[in-house]
Design a protein around this ligand. Sequence first.
Ligand SMILES: NC(=O)c1ccc[n+]([C@@H]2O[C@H](COP(=O)([O-])OP(=O)(O)OC[C@H]3O[C@@H](n4cnc5c(N)ncnc54)[C@H](O)[C@@H]3O)[C@@H](O)[C@H]2O)c1
Length: 257
Amino acid sequence: MAGRLAGKTAIVTGSSSGIGQSIAIRLASEGANIVVDYRNHPEGADATKQQIETVGAKAIVVHADVSKLADTQQLVDQAWQQFGGCDILVNNAGIERAADFWEVTEADYDAVLGINLKGAFFLTQAFVRRLRDAKRPGRIVNISSVHEDMAFPHFSTYCASKGAMRMLARNLAVELGPLGITVNNIAPGAIMTPINTSLLDDKPKLDALLKNIPLGRMGKPEEVAGLAAFLASDEAAYITGSTYVIDGGLMVNYHEQ
Ligand SMILES: NC(=O)c1ccc[n+]([C@@H]2O[C@H](COP(=O)([O-])OP(=O)(O)OC[C@H]3O[C@@H](n4cnc5c(N)ncnc54)[C@H](O)[C@@H]3O)[C@@H](O)[C@H]2O)c1
């Protein structure tokens, strides 16, 4: 298949829905083979695979809970066994749980940090070890959030996980640069996906949010996918250790009343 990512293989975590699904399909449309990862929704993962095949690329579906080390290893092993290698890792799987700080339980903490941070950390480790042994370059794209930087009251676990992902990318950019592996984050603002179902169903809350977005709308998963494809491609060969904000201007929109 022709395209910017022809001959490459990518793992996209949490690609049975939302941003991950769009990224998987976009990378495929640019020529990459895709490892579609899911935890709970095999039907979503199958839909992603079908759309990948429609654009003429190859996909395998792997059931892997990224918070489990054995599962993350399985994702990398499957990519190498089925496609002979793996060049691109997109750490997209993520969850959020709302709670006042003083109500956060150990279970909430473990769930959010276990998926958003520990999952990305150890999957990246498994991905890098294979590249290091094979002396191959690679691309890592993390889907973090504007909450790498911006406060989000009542979502302290989410913010802790995304803030840590910011520093992890900077640290790994330095450590992995000599191996030819780049690491960058995408920090989306408000994107129309299932994670925002309760927001989309709450019109007053949604209207208040839209007033804070200079472009006056939420983002589309496909728009995040376009940025991910760029960062995964050779065009981004000299970019590492950065976060790309995609938020319609939300983060810079402070103004005096
Ligand atoms: N939608 C937004 O406004 C927004 C904004 C900023 C950042 N993000 C981030 O984008 C990423 C994707 O979220 P989304 O908006 O597409 O929502 P989503 O709920 O559709 O996607 C999250 C995906 O992660 C998967 N997942 C959850 N736990 C998993 C696990 N243990 N193992 C494997 N997969 C798991 C889910 O099944 C789902 O497919 C998340 O990391 C989220 O924090 C989203």
